[in-house]
Ligand binder design. Structure first.
Ligand code: MG
Length: 154
């Protein structure tokens, strides 16, 4: 049996904080604000995994109002989603993601991000798609967005 899951996230750029995408810290003037470490790629993947097994979403499981998650490493959220996927009897076929952000360029870092996400998810890097686009015509250069889809098999 197959299940598909889709996740989306966005975070606003803030000056002087670390930029962490897919568990990889990138050099940039701005980072992504938020209650946790702002890792929108891991947040989108987490929501895709949770959606695939019809679990509550990331905001319900890890409420931003809970001080426990302030500055949290987003791999904690991903680990909980994976636990639920495995508990439901599924494993990951593959996932694909698209980041939408004006800067920095993701291309030079895509392989490092792919390798780290694969490691966190316990899959081969060949099962992880990391793509990026600039938000042309959208007028949202102040924010980063991410879409993610996952395919699970039982
Ligand atoms: Mg988020």
């Amino acid at each position: 049996m197959l299940r598909i899951g889709y996740g989306f996230d966005s975070h606003e750029f803030k000056p002087g904080i670390p930029l962490i995408i897919g568990g990889v810290r990138l050099q940039h003037t701005h980072g992504l604000g938020g209650h946790s470490d702002g890792d929108l790629l891991l947040h989108a993947i987490t929501d895709a995994l949770l959606g695939a097994v019809a679990a509550p979403d990331i905001g319900a499981l890890f409420p931003p109002s809970d001080p426990k998650w302030k500055g949290a490493d987003s791999s904690v959220f991903l680990a909980e989603a994976l636990r639920r996927v495995h508990e439901a009897g599924y494993r990951i076929c593959n996932l694909d993601t698209t980041l939408v952000m004006a800067a920095p360029k993701i291309g030079p870092h895509a392989q490092a991000i792919r390798d780290r996400v694969a490691e966190l998810m316990g899959v081969e890097p060949s099962a992880v798609g990391i793509k990026a686009k600039t938000p042309e015509g959208l007028g949202v250069d102040n924010a980063a967005q991410c879409h993610a889809v996952v395919l699970l098999i039982k």
